[in-house]
Each structure stands twice: as structure tokens, then as C-alpha cells.
Design a protein around this ligand. Structure first.
Ligand code: NAP
Length: 251
């Protein structure tokens, strides 16, 4: 087993995930750049200043998840931080479609169940599957941290407020997948509260990435801030919270 702590970030071949990998590498972690396409993960890992390795990991593929967990155990012998970052906003059937138009075509009354299932498969079930596979390693760590990268658009409290600006686009696909992810985060935190593992959800904020066709207003450095803070929590840090860089968010 190596001495350096090890962090695995899913979907780290681009966007906020890659930035999180860079920042944890700078904090002296060995970082595993999760990528469903190994070659793209390898390219991304080469841009990280520090100890970075690509790890083939498709969060919707149980065989890929099991192989990744085995590789982490065999090659690194430990896992201290798991960042469940991989997500999709839609299945890409209509690339480049503006968010408002997508929202209109995915109302609860009309949404394609295939679209909804595919997004939940990555954003919700993928997180549970990867976490289950990595938990045996995380339980062996002296102070493991799990960060689920969620979104404020999934907040039921905010979306119940008539004044919330994103309320008109609250829908059953991406926003509801993040609501479900929040529920899963809290359930994980409750199950693990008597262990040394802390589980929290972070909203990066509206960040310029592929997920929103680069229409976000924040940089990836800004987007990575809260997930990185939660990855580095001390033993006195919180468990079972939902926050962004400005502070706590309502569930
Ligand atoms: P991004 O640049 O599109 O990155 C998403 C990453 O997830 C990509 O690396 C993508 O891989 C990967 N991914 C998708 N499906 C996967 C799968 N089945 N297995 C493994 N990896 C998969 O988007 P981002 O904005 O950085 O998103 C990162 C996180 O922040 C997500 O959880 C997102 O919901 C959250 N978030 C983003 C914003 C924002 O404004 N950007 C706001 C709130 C929350 P490929 O490159 O192969 O597609």
C-alpha cells in the first residue's frame, strides 16, 4: 500500500472533474482520473501536475466499475476520497438544444421515460454502484470522504419558492436526478455516520462546461471550489450536508 492518499474522481476527463483532479493532485493526493474512454482519461491525466493516472470507469457499466475497484486495490492499495462527479444533462439526442427548450420538451406530462431512465442511470444509480464498489477500500482509510457533485436545481425547497429563477425549468430529468442524488447522499451519510467516512453533496454553481454547451458563467476553478473543500474536510467536519461555495443549501 502506498503512503500518499488516493482520490478517485469519476468523469474527470474534462470539466469540473478534471479541475478537481488537478487541485487534489496539488494537495499531494495520487489522483485517479476516471473516464469512460481510457484514451481521453489518459490525455487528461497528462495535463495534471502531480501524480495522476487514468482509470477506465463507465459509471453505468457494472463490469467497468468492478474492474476499476480491483485495479485501485491491486495498484494503489487504498482509496481515501471518492468524488462522484460524472453526470449527463440529457442523452444528447438533440445536441445544442437550449436549456429552456429542453425543459419544455421534457415536462412530466410528455417526458420520454427512456430519456429519464438514461439520465437517472448515470446521475443516480451510477453513484450508488460506484460507491458500493469502492466502499470496502474507503472503509479501510483512516478518514475517507465521499463528495457527490449535485446541483442547486435539484433543491425541492428552492423549487417550491415562486421567486426561484430556475423554477420554470424544474423537470423530471436532470433536476429530479439531482434531487434523487441528494436523497441518496443523505441516506449514505446516515448509514455511515458511525464510521470515519463523511458523505456530503456539493453544488459547483453554473459553470462553463460541456454539460451546458459552455453557457455557464463560472470558471472550472470556481466550480471545483466546494467539491474540493468537502474532499479535504477534517475529522471535525460535517456529514450529510448540501452546500455550495457560499454556504449551506436547502435540500
Ligand atoms: P462535463 O464537462 O460534461 O463533465 C461531465 C463528465 O462526466 C465528463 O467527463 C463525462 O464523460 C462524464 N460522464 C458522463 N457519463 C459518464 C459515464 N456513464 N461514466 C463515466 N463518466 C461519465 O460537465 P461538468 O459541468 O464538469 O459536470 C460535473 C458535475 O457538475 C456533474 O455532476 C454536473 O451535474 C455538476 N454540475 C455542473 C454544473 C454546471 O453548470 N456545469 C452545475 C451544477 C452541477 P465524457 O467526456 O465521456 O462525456
Amino acid at each position: 500500500m502506498q503512503n500518499k492518499p488516493v482520490a478517485l474522481i469519476t468523469g474527470a476527463n474534462q470539466g469540473i472533474g478534471l479541475q478537481i483532479a488537478k487541485e487534489l493532485a496539488a494537495k499531494d493526493f495520487t489522483v485517479l482520473v476516471g473516464s469512460r474512454d481510457y484514451a481521453r482519461g489518459d490525455e487528461a491525466a497528462k495535463t495534471v501536475d502531480g501524480d495522476a493516472h487514468a482509470l477506465q470507469l463507465d459509471v453505468t457499466d457494472q463490469a467497468s466499475i468492478a474492474a476499476a475497484a480491483e485495479r485501485v486495490r491491486n495498484e494503489f492499495g487504498r482509496l481515501d476520497v471518492l468524488i462522484n462527479n460524472a453526470a449527463i444533462s440529457n442523452t444528447g439526442l438533440r445536441p445544442g438544444i437550449p436549456i429552456e427548450e429542453y425543459a419544455k420538451s421534457t415536462r412530466p406530462s410528455t417526458v420520454s421515460l427512456d430519456e429519464m431512465r438514461a439520465v437517472f442511470e448515470t446521475n443516480v444509480f451510477g453513484v450508488v454502484a460506484v460507491t458500493q464498489a469502492m466502499l470496502p477500500l474507503l472503509r479501510e482509510s483512516p478518514a475517507a470522504r465521499i463528495v457527490n457533485v449535485s446541483s442547486g436545481v435539484g433543491s425541492l425547497t428552492r423549487n417550491s419558492d415562486l421567486a426561484y429563477p430556475y423554477r420554470p425549468i424544474f423537470g423530471p430529468v436532470y433536476p429530479a436526478s439531482k434531487t434523487a442524488l441528494n436523497a441518496v447522499t443523505l441516506a449514505m451519510a446516515i448509514e455511515l455516520e458511525s464510521t470515519r467516512i463523511k458523505v456530503n453533496a456539493a453544488c459547483p454553481g453554473f459553470t462553463k462546461t460541456n454539460l451546458n454547451n459552455y453557457t455557464g458563467t463560472q470558471t472550472v476553478e470556481e466550480g471545483a471550489r466546494e467539491p474540493v473543500r468537502l474532499a479535504l474536510l477534517g475529522s471535525d467536519g460535517p456529514n450529510g450536508t448540501f452546500s455550495n461555495a457560499d454556504g449551506p443549501l436547502p435540500w
